[in-house]
Unconditional design. Structure first.
Ligand code: ATP
Length: 765
């Protein structure tokens, strides 16, 4: 039956604005190849999982650039063009926030937006080589160092990215620069990866793609399985991708951003050093602490030392001992084997993370140079152009995560999503409010559930992250101590969003806006410590290699004593991001992965629904439903409910048909939650409009008079109209809520019966 229903490009125009309606609309459109749909100002992009070249390209951008949004089908270019137009028209900066779960298509969507903005900005520029273009060209480099194969996506970005493109409105929106910022690289992947996932692409590219001369210089073995960090998984190649080709691709991207051959070699030698570090093994020296184990361990130590530009002995010492300050001066105490392994992994992670940051800086410098053509370099900030230039920010950030076991990375990712959700709610709420005000409908009683409570639990004073940082200052603190601290803290345990879990002792739960997540404190303390061990800092800072010297340049004295943790860095970066976003007009793109396996054309309803809920689309719908959930053009309303009218509606034949009308004054029935948009397209004759309005007034008066049709009951009857009920039933069947589906079916039959009765009664009148 729903086959005969029309799908809508903008879901806020759905007469049945509820979960079933939204899901049915998306599914029907996706099956027809319409991957984009609006929900008001939000764009929903359902991943096609197949190339759709006809949807993209310069010609398509030009169409969207020159047409109003309603005239063309929904598209990611329409969102980019709207941001560009608003920026020029309002003289205000814009932000496009792309979110969704892993594999939903965020990075691809962000690339399409960047290409579109670059095209729009280049229209007014004499040169097509803009800073934004340089950022697009650097994508393969960021992907090589920051992307990896995960269970859910073969090319998953393991970091968040915020790209700003600057335009000069006075020059018609010419691109004047760009900058990229990255967030929270998943550095633990360097040392820990499980089948069938892989570590960062660059490791495999290097092992299989380096030239014979470089292989010898970097002491690379034949197979990735010879490196302990990579051998933890047996996946070394990706379907449809060649490590050797990708290696050359990455090197070309390095050349594009202006890295000399020498600099490229230094970067790749450092990557090789990280792998060699992982092959250093330790053994206990007769209870005296850890020493490097055997000949293979020694070879790895020498290779790592050579590539890091230090001597093997000081490196071994930095990994196996710790300096303790005593009144008599510093003394070196030996580490246990496990502590030495931790020290080694910590060095590997910090070297890789700093190398990644350095590359991001190099990209920003290249972007400045590409724009200014100075060749002088613009520093790591990406050089914001002078004040009158406006920016469009593009955020491509990891979506909400919930696995069987969730670690500190998930806590940070989910905090980020909570913050973005808060921003989203506030925006959607404001947008909805403006709509009601425009149509003169009472708004005062509508409220929305904000996520202040859960934010307070995560990042508030003495919340989960504060307590974690506090305990990190005690070197001997354990995961159990942290769990105990959480349970015994009044601020945490009294928060209704916190769940105490008894087994295992390290588990606790958080009720997020997108569902509950169980976290394990097992690795929290270790992962949260972000400081570089003083011995490592001092050793690598004295490296013979200029790149390593730069990566480990001595910190300013004040910073040395400042406590650094992953959670405090996450909160600081988030605060900066939110403050930047608060200055900009937001546009949202919600990417949906329609099935877990990435099969083209398959729409798994429960799986997609979960993402619609997590991505806040349902929250937007809920906010809409909190007000007037039932929206339909006035003519369509009359067509359905004229039977409720006690007197015959005189001008039946004058009533416009559905689809003929689309805008005009509206009516609402007190708190009946019925939102009538009385409609009158300019093309309609006044006479017909007058007749329609007269009919509406009669029905309204009737509904007001008769207790039976007032308030919730009237709303209920209207919600179970024939069309809505059919879709709702389909949806419930899909989700296997059999009993509820049958009940709805009954309600629908009841409605049909009532309709017959009313028709019969009308005949008597
Ligand atoms: N518009 C599109 N057209 C065709 N294929 C697409 C499109 N968007 C996404 N895909 C496909 O989906 C895959 C996953 O997309 P993408 O890497 O952008 O996901 P993501 O949301 O960024 O994931 P992650 O968070 O793991 O980085 C792509 O490799 C591509 O095959």
């Amino acid at each position: 039956m729903p086959g005969i229903l029309r799908t809508l490009q903008d879901m806020t125009a759905l007469s049945f604005l509820h979960e079933p309606g939204v899901l049915w609309n998306l599914q029907s459109r996706y099956k027809r190849g319409d991957i984009y749909t609006y929900t008001g100002s939000i764009l929903i992009a359902v991943n096609p999982f197949r190339p759709v070249p006809h949807l993209y390209g310069a010609n398509v951008i030009d169409q969207y650039r020159s047409s109003p949004r309603e005239q063309l089908p929904p598209h990611v270019y329409a969102t980019a063009c709207a941001a560009f137009r608003n920026m020029i028209r309002d003289g205000a900066g814009q932000a496009i926030l792309v979110t969704g779960e892993s594999g939903a298509g965020k990075t691809e969507t962000a690339k399409l937006i960047m290409a579109c903005l670059t095209h729009l900005g280049a229209q007014h520029s004499s040169s097509r080589h803009s800073g934004a273009g340089a950022i697009l060209e650097s994508n393969p480099l960021l992907e090589a160092f920051g992307n990896a194969k995960t269970l859910r996506n073969n090319n998953s970005s393991r970091f968040g990215k915020y790209v700003e493109i600057f335009f000069d409105p006075a020059a018609g929106g010419m691109v004047t620069g760009a900058a990229v910022r990255t967030y929270l690289l998943e550095r633990s992947r360097v040392v820990a990866v499980n089948n069938p996932e892989r570590s960062f692409h660059i490791f495999y590219q290097l092992v299989y793609g380096a030239s014979p001369g470089d292989r010898a210089a970097w002491r690379l073995p034949e197979s990735a399985s010879d490196f302990a960090y990579l051998a933890r998984s047996s996946c070394f190649t990706l379907p449809g991708q060649c490590n050797v080709e990708e290696y050359h691709h990455t090197r070309r991207a390095m050349s594009h951003i202006g890295l000399s051959e020498q600099q490229q070699s230094a970067v790749l030698a450092t990557v090789a050093a990280v792998l060699h570090l992982g092959n250093i093994t330790f053994t206990d020296s007769d209870g005296e602490g850890a020493v490097v184990a055997g000949a293979p361990g020694r070879r790895a130590l020498e290779a790592a030392a050579e590539l890091l530009g230090v001597e093997p002995e000081p490196l071994a010492e930095a990994l196996t001992t710790r300096q303790i300050q005593t009144p008599e001066g510093p003394i070196a105490t030996p580490l246990s084997v496990q502590a030495a392994v931790d020290a080694r992994d910590s060095m590997a992670k910090v070297v890789y993370a700093r190398l990644f940051e350095w590359l991001v800086s190099a990209i920003n410098t290249a972007v400045d140079e590409a724009h200014n053509g100075t060749g002088a370099g613009g520093g790591s900030s990406g050089g914001t152009p002078p004040g009158r230039h406006l920016s469009i920010g593009l955020l491509d950030i990891y979506g909400f995560e919930s696995f069987d076991v969730n670690d500190l990375e998930q806590l940070c990712i989910n905090l980020t999503n909570e913050k973005l959700q808060q921003h989203f709610n506030q925006h959607v709420f404001k947008w909805e409010q403006a709509e009601y005000e425009r149509e003169g409908v009472d708004w005062s009683y509508i409220s929305f559930r904000d996520n202040a409570e859960v934010l307070d639990l995560l990042e508030g004073r003495m919340g989960l992250m504060d307590l974690l940082d506090e305990l990190c200052r005690f070197p001997k603190a354990s995961a159990e101590d942290l769990s105990h601290k959480y349970r015994s803290s009044a601020a945490v345990s009294a928060n209704p969003r916190f769940t105490k879990l008894n087994r295992p002792a390290t588990a606790f739960g958080v009720e997020h806006y997108a569902g509950s997540v169980t976290y394990s404190t097992q690795n929290f303390l270790e992962k949260n410590r972000d400081y570089v061990v003083a011995e490592h800092q001092s050793l690598l800072g004295r490296s013979r290699r200029p790149l390593l010297q730069e990566l480990f340049a001595p910190e300013v004295p004040a910073a040395q004593f400042q406590f650094r943790s992953v959670s405090s860095q996450c909160r600081r970066q988030l605060a900066e991001l939110m403050s930047a976003l608060s200055q900009l007009q937001p546009h949202y793109v919600r990417c949906i992965k329609p099935n877990p396996s990435g099969a083209p054309g398959e729409f798994n309803a429960p799986y997609s629904l979960h993402q619609l809920r997590c991505g806040g689309v349902m929250e937007a719908v809920r906010i809409a439903c909190a007000g007037y959930s039932y929206r339909r053009p006035f003519a369509a309303f009359l067509e359905h409910f004229w039977q409720l009218c006690p007197e015959p509606v005189h001008a039946q034949e004058d009533t416009p048909r559905v689809g003929e009308v689309d805008a005009g004054p509206q009516y609402h029935l007190g708190h009946t939650k019925v939102f009538l948009r009385a409609t009158a397209a300019a093309a309609l004759e006044r006479r017909r409009l007058a007749a329609t309005n007269a009919a509406a007034t009669t029905i309204q008066a009737h509904l007001r008079r008769h207790q039976e049709f007032r308030q919730e009951r009237a709303a209920l009857i209207m919600q179970t109209t024939w069309r809505s009920a059919v879709i709702r039933r389909e949806y419930l069947f899909t989700l296997r809520y059999w009993r509820a589906a049958v009940r709805i079916q009954t309600a629908w039959r009841g409605y049909a019966a009532r309709q017959l009765y009313l028709q019969a009664r009308k005949g008597n009148v």
